[in-house]
Structures are given as C-alpha cells and as structure tokens.
Design a protein around this ligand. Structure first.
Ligand code: FEO
Length: 398
C-alpha cells in the first residue's frame, strides 16, 4: 500500500499522517491529527529527507519503495532528530546498508543516542553552506539551531528552488489529500498553535532562519508537518516575521479566565459585553478549565491585549491560570498590554500573583491595578469592569 504525491519533477511527498495519537509530543491535543512529512528526490542519486514518527513504518516504507521503483536509497538527509521525524532511521540503516546519512555533528551524536551507536559512522557531516551534488541537483545545507532543537538544519534544492524547512512552517492537522496549502484553504490557526507551542520560545533563532531565507529564491516550501507551500509563500513568511518578533497580528482582546463556581466568569462576561457595547470587535473568551492552554497561548500571540481573570485557590492561583502563566513565560510571551481581575472570598491573592508572574515577561504594559472581586460581582466591581472596558477600547485605538 502506498499513498504519495508529486511535489515537482522527480520529487515526491512520501510522508504519513498520524491520526491515532490524540496528542503531539504526548501533551498537545491534536484532534485532527498531524502529518509527518518526508520527501524523496530521484536524481542520479536518490535522496530521502527525514522520516516519520513511531508506528508509521508500514505506510512509510510502502511509499518509499513505490517511488524508488526498485532503486536503492543513496542519501538520507536528517534535518531534524526529534522522534516524530527520525523514528525510521534505524530500520532504514538496516534496509539500505549502503545509504549515507547526512547531518551535522550534533545530528550524528543524537542518532547514536537514539539508535545503535554504530549509526554515527554512517554519517556524512555537513556544516553551514556545505553542498551535496546528486546529479542535476545540488542540495545546500543551512543550520537552523533551536528551530526547534539544536541540531535542526534546512536543505535547499538549488535547481528546483525547494526549501526543506524542517519544523519551521509546520502546521498541525493531517493532510486530507490536499497536500498543497493553496488547494483547500490553509488553516492559519493550526499553524499558529503549532508555531507558538513548538517553536514560539525560539523567536530569535526563527528570525535568524528567516534572514537566511531572504538570500534564497524559494518556489516551494516543504515543512515537516502540514501542507506544502508553492504559492503566496510570503504570506506565511510574514506571519513568521511577526511571531518571531513577538508582535501581535491583530489589535484585539483575548479574555482568559479561571473560574471555580462561575463568579469570575461573570466578571469576564461583563467585560466582554461592555467591550462589545463600545464597538470592540472580535473579543475572544476562553475558560481555562475547558480550553487547552496551547490554544490560548496561540491566541495570546495573535492579539495585542490579554485580560487575565482568576479565582484565588489555596491562597494561590486557580490551577488553570497558573498553567497558562507558566506556558506564557516558557514561550517568551512579551510586548503585550495586559489587565488583571482577581477574585477571592476571604483573602484574594490571585491579582498579586498574576502580576508577579507577568513581571518576569518582557515589555508587558499593565493597564491598571488589578480589579479585585470578593466572591461575586457587585456594583462597585461592575463599575470597575466597565471602566476597564473603556480603557481597553481606548488603548486598542492607540
Ligand atoms: Fe516536528 Fe521538533 O519535531
């Protein structure tokens, strides 16, 4: 059984969708699955770029055997050693004993850690700007450390102007037949969730890769997850520029709340409705007990303003808010305007704790002192919420 698609003349997608594992990296919910992309180039030499994740071998080997049509594999380029891409290296080494693995020094060391150490001796080590001639094509290698692991690199096919971009420009969601981003409406939300959670911490390193890409003419962009880009690549690159600089895409508000019995939620609701009354469009509300933090993190990257509302719990933060704040900090969240609403029945503490957490993040503008609610929203609290809505509306227009 095989399931492949042609990318360009003698270049094929030979990846596999992961539709059974409910989580990516065993933590991020992926209800629509994700694709592990691998590509096979047929020239005077045959070249496979990356492989797939665990348990996907049957379809993967069916794909590559079909495209090879009886030829052997000459080179296996390892752009990234995370197991969602490298899990088949051990089997490839056995099945194709003459294949040469191509990677940098760190790649080879990691391969020896994940597989039999002898695999290291099969590696051809490449450095920044090195090239490999495979016939009509020359492949050139550029290092992309920490996008997303230290060994990550990208490979550029100078003849076809194809960039094999590793984790950069990846997207969650299985590929449902439409391999190209222009074929069936690209889901930028899934791309944003992917970027922010997987690569978001490494904005500087992503910006460095974007800089290298400026010197290349790229007709086709082949990431390790999600659709392949052959049109309007600059649209996706533009998003990456913003994300890598931690700049918002939209002047918009996201309200993230952690509410135990609904009273903190009422405050969030009041704020959202007041903002609507003031003409603010596109307000998003997220109940952190129900929505995965990976989605809220992505929304926080998209929007210019975020309101955090949390109950006090065990004299600390209600756990879902603590999780979100840890996530924001871990992903270098910065450059945003934030407002804080706390709730507590006998000793509200969540406001102070949210501010403490925010103080560890760069360039965060706090709109006003935390609004403090005792148990439920009363007249005084409601008035403060209404004032906050006015301040946010004003700030959005600045
Ligand atoms: Fe898709 Fe960093 O692995």
């Amino acid at each position: 059984m095989h399931c492949v698609r042609k990318i360009a003349e003698n270049v094929f997608w030979v990846g596999v969708n992961e539709r059974h594992n409910p989580f990516f990296e065993n933590i991020y919910p992926v209800p629509e699955g994700y694709s592990c992309n691998s590509y096979l180039i047929l020239d005077e030499k045959t070249v496979l770029t990356d492989t797939v994740g665990p348990d996907l071998g049957e379809m993967f080997f069916g794909n590559i055997e079909h495209v090879l049509g009886g030829r052997k594999i000459d080179y296996v380029i390892v752009n990234h050693m995370e197991p969602d891409h490298c899990s088949m290296l051990g089997r490839l080494a056995e099945k194709y004993p003459d294949a040469v693995f191509v990677g940098n020094q760190k790649t080879a060391v990691m391969a020896g850690q994940f597989f039999d150490e002898k695999i290291q001796s099969r590696f051809m080590i490449v450095k920044e700007g090195d090239s490999l001639s495979i016939g009509k094509r020359t492949l050139r290698f550029y290092m992309a450390p920490m996008v997303h692991w230290p060994e990550t690199m990208v490979t550029y096919d100078e003849a076809e102007r194809i960039l094999y971009s590793a984790d950069a420009f990846g997207t969650f969601g299985s590929i449902n037949g439409n391999l190209f981003a222009d074929e069936d409406g690209f889901d930028m939300d899934s791309a944003r969730v992917y970027y922010t959670n997987i690569v978001g911490k490494y904005g500087l390193q992503t910006a460095a890769l974007l800089k290298k890409m400026e010197a290349l003419s790229i007709d086709i962009l082949c990431p390790l997850h999600g659709p392949v880009w052959r049109k309007n690549i600059e649209v996706f690159e533009g998003k990456y520029r913003l994300w890598s600089r931690y700049e918002p895409e939209d002047r918009a508000v996201v309200i993230a709340y952690a509410s135990i019995y609904g009273n903190t939620e009422h405050a969030a609701e009041r704020l959202a409705f007041k903002l609507g009354e003031l003409g603010v469009k596109g307000v998003k509300m997220y109940d952190l007990s129900r929505v995965d933090p990976s989605k809220v993190l992505a929304e926080a990257f998209r929007c210019s303003h975020i309101v955090l509302a949390s109950s006090t719990y065990n004299n600390g933060l209600f756990t879902p808010m603590e999780v979100l704040l840890n996530d924001l900090k871990a992903h270098n969240f910065q450059n945003r305007t934030v407002a804080v609403i706390e709730n507590g029945t006998w000793a509200p503490a969540s406001g102070k704790l949210m501010l403490e957490a925010l103080s560890c993040m760069k360039n965060i503008t706090i709109l006003r002192d935390p609004i403090s609610i005792k148990s439920s929203l009363k007249e005084q609290g409601a008035q403060a919420i209404d004032e906050l809505a006015g301040e946010i509306a004003l700030s959005l227009n600045q």
